[in-house]
Design a protein around this ligand. Structure first.
Ligand code: PLP
Length: 393
């Protein structure tokens, strides 16, 4: 067994033989190209001058006053294209280019990872196909058009519920068909080894910057909070603090209409060990092992699996995971908008909503970092429909 492929008992490579070849090639390229000083210098330059890093760590004074604790916001919402996803998409696309690939493939749900990948492909002169469920193409017309503007081809997937799960399956199938010439840019810390490690490493810049910025403020964090869909922004910020036993790490999942209803995406709260998209992890499944449909106000958290490292951190209790409902998320979006002048993405609003549960129970004044994974501009229509009570229309 390739132990490097596992986090505890989670992870692995549950893929057909044809894909194994590409994963081996990817692992070798990651070791031999992505870890060179030359690659790192080129990526750092793009992160600084194109993405706009480092993103600020902002001491949110009015939220701090409101909650009675010191709240710091890591501003991934200020990145080019509006979220943390560009960190990973750009790095993988650069690796693809250095490997001599001409084309990148990606799956997307709401379209955020599709836009990030299409952006990186335009920048680096690569062809780009984005697989998107037909329902999502319909719901997220603006993002689908944005990808086309950037020169990508949007492939509408008509299988099953026509959303992210089916788009991911279709993207993997397309990769198998073009395995020599195409690079699969995965959008979160999920999938078969080595993807969860690669995505974590490319997102770990969030945690490294945060740690250095906290030092500049002269404070030590008690809590680091991030939302969890597949888990890339969360593992990106957690990674710098895993070795600091006194830093509590909290992942927040989408509990939709409630984790005890059928309408949620609270994978770690409600799931069981299973296999999805080439990895062994915690999966929302029925008694027969069929993957269950997920629901959340947030398309970015609407995934029935979770990255294998989070499954391990959950089982080993190094990190704790909680669910936040649609209502709680929207309240946090309003509060952060009104108190700080920052409209957070509805994904990120799940992390912010957890302050409401955490803060009243703390016995000493605490320093809390929340990762604001993205900006809410893309979500204005969703918030408006929610107001009208027709979000699950
Ligand atoms: C996609 C997305 C997420 C969820 O993805 P992770 O891999 O769990 O980070 C969270 N926030 C925003 C803004 C997103 O676009």
């Amino acid at each position: 067994m390739n132990t490097k492929a596992y986090f505890g008992k989670f992870g692995g490579q549950f893929v057909p033989e044809t894909v194994m070849f590409a994963l081996d090639e990817l692992e070798a390229a990651y070791e031999n190209i992505a870890k060179t000083a030359e690659f790192k210098a080129e990526l750092d330059d793009l992160l600084k001058n194109y993405v706009g890093r480092p993103s600020p760590l902002y001491h949110a004074k009015r939220l701090s006053e409101h909650y009675g604790h010191e709240i710091y916001l890591k501003r991934e919402d200020l990145n080019h294209t509006g979220a943390h996803k560009i960190n990973n998409a750009l790095a993988q696309a650069l690796l693809a280019k250095k490997m001599g690939k001409k084309k990148v493939l990606a799956e997307t749900g709401a379209g955020q990872h599709g836009v990030a990948t299409a952006t990186a492909a335009a920048l680096l002169g690569l062809e780009c196909d984005v697989y998107m469920g037909a329902t999502d193409v319909e719901r997220q017309q603006l993002n689908a058009f944005r990808m086309q503007l950037l020169g990508a081809r949007v492939v509408s997937v008509e299988d099953g519920l026509k959303t992210l799960k089916e788009a991911t399956t279709a993207a993997i199938q397309a990769w198998v068909n073009e395995i020599e010439s195409a690079f699969y840019v995965i959008g979160s810390a999920v999938g078969p080894h080595p993807y969860p490690r690669i995505v974590r490493d490319f997102q770990s810049i969030i945690g490294r910057e945060t740690k250095a910025q906290l030092k500049e403020y002269g404070v030590h964090p008690d809590y680091v909070i991030a939302c969890v869909g597949g888990g890339s922004n969360a593992i990106g910020i957690f990674s710098a603090f895993l070795g600091d036993a006194d830093v509590n790490l909290i992942g927040v999942e989408a509990a939709g209409l409630g984790a005890d209803t059928p309408y949620h995406a609270a994978t770690l709260t409600k799931g069981r060990t299973g296999i999805i998209h080439g990895m062994k992890t915690i999966v929302l499944q029925d008694e027969y092992g069929m993957i269950e449909p997920v629901h959340s106000i947030s398309a970015g958290l609407d995934y029935p699996g979770v990255g294998p490292e989070h499954a391990h951190l959950h089982e080993s209790k190094r990190a704790a995971y909680y669910g936040v409902t649609d209502d709680e998320c929207i309240n946090a979006l309003y509060l952060t908008s009104r108190l700080e002048g920052i409209i957070p993405a509805i994904e990120s609003s799940h992390a912010l909503a957890y302050l409401e549960k955490l803060c009243p129970n703390l016995t000493k004044k605490s320093v809390i970092v929340v990762n604001v994974s993205g900006r809410g501009d893309k979500d204005i229509n969703t918030v408006m429909s929610y107001e009208k009570g027709k979000i699950y229309g």
